[in-house]
Design a binder for this molecule. Structure first.
Ligand SMILES: Nc1ncnc2c1ncn2[C@@H]1O[C@H](COP(=O)(O)OP(=O)(O)OP(=O)(O)O)[C@@H](O)[C@H]1O
Length: 728
């Protein structure tokens, strides 16, 4: 095992010593156990990181064989970043004036800045990137045994998607999970990442122990789909993930984090678009490939021990894909973390960057090869199928193991694997499955200890969330507020609709305040009905945002309560203000007496709030917008038909009185007219009260409106929590 902080290798030197070691790796300070070793010794020790087992032996001859055909001249895909001395980085990193802030700023510049500079050193050769003795925190091994997945068929038997599969990955390994389409790569990745929601078989252990509630804290999952808010910028998106997945020293300011994020984005080639919106079909934003890289950057920025990336390079140009995999290799080697990436037929320059290859055949998905990438060509040769000259080995592997193709030799390779490599893997897995190393909590403590050298830190929390609820709420609320402010078109539309509605209804009832009270009844009815319906327009937004929230909650970024509170509060306030604007315009045009404005506004706001909770419940429960329209009908019918005006106490048949009693619209209208009559002592309104059978029942009105609000809000919360969860 390489020297790493978990070995007690945290140097006793002060953080200022970070300055004195240039950013280049050859100058990275060794751990305490290696203080006196020369750089070459460190390098060889670091390269030994991948020698934890026989599967990780990597003879350079094999490596050269695998690299045959690779154009080494095309490797440096990254625009070279001129070496920046650490102090120079620190000055760009922080605006703070104190020495202490500068130190922490320098740390962040050093950590991420050196990553950028080192990318050009990544070649895929053993020892190309050296372990960062000061900051390497990764120390999690992953072992899985007989992991399999089947689906029941309509005939009552089961269809095997993934046949039992075992393996072991040491910390600091970059693993390629390859196989034909449908071979179960994503399925295996989901199972290993504890993301599979369907039942599966097998055992997965981290550091020789079953995965516990802290597993999500130590891992990061980059899904295949890039589901993000369109009006968030690239930089904000990455910072959001960083802030919610990692605790940093208190003294690390937002500016420092922003600058560190910029450097991270540079590493994945997103520097130019860091302030661009993510975008969507209707919002102009970054390209699909760039979006893929944002997802990757978000995942990699979380400081996890094990990263699971589902096709991180799909949709990227060959050069961009290579750049991303180089960055992944750099993180693996430098910080000793493990990255497992499901990947489709990478080109040769990319394939050599991986340490380990797990190759699956399809129908069902079954392991064909599970070992070091550099030994794969020899393995193929041993199996009787040497890779021909000038043919990319990965293309050749996939050609031979894809069932149904002319060249397919899947059966031959399956039996070759069972006879040769599988017994070795089984022995290794049996040995590693219960070889207890650091616990999840100890791993978190180790990382905290490293960061504590740069300032005080909060204690490690025993929770699936990295940060406490208050911080989750603050981050989610701020983002919702930002999204709201940016949605100028949405705000403008709300205001314009409120004004237009107000003018239209106002024009229909202009000067109604000077008319007989009888005519005013129709006006009050129209006002209440419009307010009851106006919250409906938030439904599509609530439905579209839900999918992003679900994904982020499944990534254990935050508790769904943080989103529910933020979304409901902010949208509720905006909608309520627009509703008040509508009421004001209509009221002004009606020329009613000002003394009753408070009553009118109060009851119309109350009906708006009660009905808004119905719309939010429907938006949370329905699959999509069209399903929402259908689901809404019964609630609307009850509230709108039994409205106290067209159907009132005086006209409703006895057996339907209950519907009138349950309708919030009817109670609002009744109570509002009754209160206004009392305030104005209008004789005409008194006639209305008598004619429609209105009674003073303030308690019942408040009770019904309150019940609608509470019940539908509870329904909304239950549906948001329990329904439409990500299924894998
Ligand atoms: N929970 C599930 N319910 C139904 N089918 C499933 C489930 N999980 C996986 N499958 C099926 O298993 C098969 C393998 O899927 P998987 O996504 O793992 O393959 P893959 O190798 O990642 O494919 P690709 O390379 O095309 O992404 C697919 O046919 C998929 O529909």
């Amino acid at each position: 095992m390489p020297a790493s902080p978990k070995d007690g290798g945290i140097p006793a030197e002060s953080p200022r010593n970070v300055f004195s070691s240039p950013c280049r790796d050859e100058h990275a300070a060794p751990t305490s156990g290696d203080m006196n070793l020369p750089t070459s010794a460190m390098a060889s020790k670091a390269s030994g990181a991948s020698k934890g087992s026989d599967l990780h032996a990597s003879p350079s001859i094999m490596h050269a064989a695998l690299r045959s055909g690779a154009k080494s001249s095309s490797l440096p895909a990254v625009p070279p970043v001129p070496p920046v001395p650490p102090m120079a980085v620190s000055s760009t990193i922080t605006t703070a004036s104190t020495i202490s802030d500068c130190t922490i700023g320098a740390l962040y510049g050093y950590v991420v800045g050196s990553v950028c500079q080192d990318i050009e050193q990544v070649t895929g050769e053993p020892g190309d990137v050296q372990l960062d003795g000061k900051l390497a925190y990764g120390n999690a091994a992953l072992t899985f045994k007989d992991v399999s997945f089947s689906l029941p068929t309509s005939h009552g038997d089961s269809n095997t998607i993934l046949a039992p599969c075992s393996g072991h990955f040491e910390p600091g390994t970059l693993v390629a999970l390859m196989g034909p389409s449908g071979s179960g790569k994503t399925t295996l990745l989901d199972i290993l990442a504890a993301k599979k929601t369907s039942p599966y078989s097998g055992t997965v252990h981290m550091n020789g122990r079953p995965r516990d509630c802290l597993f999500p804290r130590l891992t990061s999952y980059v899904p295949q789909d890039d589901i993000m808010f369109p009006t968030v910028t690239v930089k904000e998106q990455v910072m959001f993930h960083t802030a919610l997945k990692t605790e940093v020293p208190y003294a690390v300011s937002r500016t420092m984090m922003a600058n560190a994020t910029e450097l991270r984005l540079r590493a994945v080639g997103l520097e130019e678009v860091q302030d661009a919106y993510i975008g969507s079909d209707v919002v102009r934003g970054i390209s699909g490939g760039q979006r893929r890289r944002v997802s990757l950057a978000c995942g990699l920025a979380t400081g996890a021990q094990i990263f699971f990336c589902d096709e991180p390079t799909s949709g990227l140009s060959a050069t961009d894909a290579e750049q991303c995999v180089r960055y992944m290799r750099l993180l693996c080697k430098k910080y000793h973390v493990t990255i497992i990436a499901a990947i489709h037929q990478p080109r040769q320059e990319v394939a050599v960057l991986f340490d380990h290859l797990l190759l699956l055949t399809a129908n069902p998905g079954e392991v064909i090869y599970n070992g070091p990438m550099v030994q794969a060509t020899q393995y193929w040769c041993d199996a009787g199928f040497p890779v021909p000259d000038l043919v990319s080995p990965t293309d050749y592997f996939l050609d031979l193991i894809t069932p149904g193709t002319v060249d397919s030799q899947a059966d031959h390779f399956l039996s070759f694997y069972r006879d040769t490599a599988k017994p070795v893997i089984v022995r290794l897995v049996d040995a590693e499955l219960h070889r207890e190393r650091r616990t999840a909590m100890e791993l978190l403590e180790d990382r905290r200890r490293i960061l504590c050298r740069f300032g005080e830190m909060p204690p490690v929390r025993r929770s699936i969330y990295a940060v406490r609820f208050r911080k989750q709420l603050q981050k989610v609320f701020c983002r919702q507020l930002r999204l709201l402010i940016r949605d100028q078109q949405g705000i403008l539309t709300n205001v314009v609709v409120a004004v237009a509605q107000g003018l239209l209804v106002g024009a229909a009832y202009i000067g109604i305040g000077n008319h007989a009270g009888y005519n005013q009844a129709g006006f009050f009815f129209m006002l209440v009905m419009t307010c009851a319906l106006s919250g409906i327009k938030v439904m599509p937004k609530a439905i579209s945002e839900r999918s992003v929230m679900k994904l982020e909650v499944s990534e254990v970024l935050y508790n769904d309560w943080a989103y529910i509170i933020s979304f409901t509060t902010l949208n509720g306030i905006v909608s309520l203000l627009c509703n008040a604007l509508f009421v004001l315009i209509v009221f002004l045009m009606s020329q009613l007496r000002w003394e009753i404005f408070g009553t009118v506004l109060l009851w119309n706001s109350a009906i708006f709030i009660a009905m808004d909770s119905v719309y939010m419940f429907v938006a949370a429960a329905a699959k999509d917008s069209s399903a929402a329209q259908i689901l809404l009908v019964p609630f609307l019918m009850l509230a709108m038909i039994f409205n106290g005006f067209t159907v009132s106490r005086a006209s409703v048949p006895d057996f339907m009185v209950w519907a009138l009693e349950m309708s919030p619209v009817s109670h609002t209208l009744e109570e509002m007219v009754y209160s206004i009559q009392k305030q104005t002592e209008s004789i005409e309104l008194m006639i209305i009260v008598d004619q429609f059978g209105y009674q003073s029942s303030l308690g019942a009105a408040v009770g019904v409106l309150g019940a609608w609000f509470v019940l539908f809000r509870i329904g909304q919360i239950v549906c948001l929590k329990a329904m439409h969860n990500i299924k894998r």
